[in-house]
Design a protein around this ligand. Sequence first.
Ligand code: NOJ
Ligand code: CA
Length: 540
Amino acid sequence: MTTSPGGHDWVWWRDGVLYQIYPRSFSDSNGDGIGDLRGITGKLDYLQWLGVEGIWINPITASPNDDWGYDVSDYCAVHPELGTLDDLDDLIAEATERGIRVLLDLVPNHSSDQHSWFADALQSPTSSKRDYYVWADPAPDGGSPNNWVNTFNPGASAWTLDTVSGQYHLSQFLASQPDLNWWNDDVRDEFDRIFRFWYDRGVAGFRLDVCHAVVKDRELRDNPPTEADDHWYTRMYGQRFVYNTNRPEVHDVIRRWRAVADSYADPRVLVGETYVLDSNAYAAYYGNDDELNLAFNMILLHARFDATEMRTAVESAEALLPATAWPTWTGGNHDNHRWATRWCNNEPAKIRAAMLMLMTLRGTPFLYYGDEIGMPDTDVPEPEILDPVGHMFGPRMGRDNERTPMHWNAASGAGFSDPGVVPWLRYGDHEACNVAAQVDDPQSMLALTRRLIKLRRESDDLRRGAYTSIPTGDDTLAWAWRRGESTVVAMNFGAIPVTIDDVFGTVALSTDSGSTNREGHVIAGTITLSAHEAIVVVSQ
Ligand code: NOJ
Ligand code: CA
């Protein structure tokens, strides 16, 4: 489907910028301290002004909230704290009027144990829904059927004993999030119906939770141990996720989902949470243009803010993605500390450079709400922790710090909720960083983000141009790349100036917010970037 903000071949999810909303924390319309769908509708004018083309909303479905919506008890009902189906219909209608698409979040790997399917499955090994979940007999010693560990807690088994039947069920996340059995055709049919239920209401697509993990090894074989040179994230678990994730058959399931999405006259879009740290495995999720439309790249997200690591993450994907695949890049989400803090140590110059990077790589950028104002993490103290991972391992590992309410203004309530209302998670320092304070300041982070979105929209090079690596002479400090024929991006990751040769053209945009800003200057071969400066140069 094509529309036309930036030309006749405009495809919203390739050419636009997408924006992730954690619904409990965006805007509270009824003063109960919890963000909701009507709150999002109330902020659509802002999102249109910012220039985003679509929003992805974290799960809005019914849930006991053991994992804040990722434990679904009814896939076709809206959580009452977030609103109603009518509220969603209104949101979609209002968003459509503003040229904004609405993507929801689907959790196909597991349900809540409060889902009626699981209640039925627990009744007996012969119940009609028993095989919707992954069950196995104990190992000969009575223990867990295999060595798979829990994703939230590497020290714990992924199996939970059902004392009534004496069998174990698999839960790769919380025990109250039992894994569904994707070998069962009835499960596949149920999800076809769920997809269609939402597509028929005008939902533009889905972000698919842990989609690389839905199919498990049929024989439930033990995972092998990690090797010394495995990614640190994998080593944390002591085993390679060979048999519980990333199975060859998962691609059949994703192709099936894609066929449903493509069956609509206005095809729907699938964005996968592909939590794989191997570029080959990552690239495979695009299939032959018949699997995911966009696959999140966790390698970049987990890279340090360092020229070599960032360049390597991007170039390994660039080298392996099939020709039809379109990358997508993000620095953070509701599971990882905000990149303003994690990558940039809350330093404005670094935050500005990181934003320029995300907006100028080849691929669709995803912003996490608040990124546009450089919103940092909020320290949520131990007694206020709500995230189950935070309960197990404390605030550093927990995910509350990146999930606190949006900073709309400096007033009591942060513009998120009514003054005096206690929000579901505490406010961060909204006096120091908020939308209202930045909106009219041309030097602000918000102004920079908006200019970058506009620049992308107006530049064929930035929208669609090929990525070509440019040597900088100092790959530990600087990274530069060409987009298309005539656009060059150069970044200084260091705290000291760095000189880059062979750059020709006019500086279209610089992250330098001081009097040294050289936008409009002509560069005839050599440019010296100031500390943490990033620029876009366009030649004719
Ligand atoms: C990934 C989601 O992003 C995360 O928030 C959730 O806890 C797990 N999957 C389990 O659904
Ligand atoms: Ca509310």
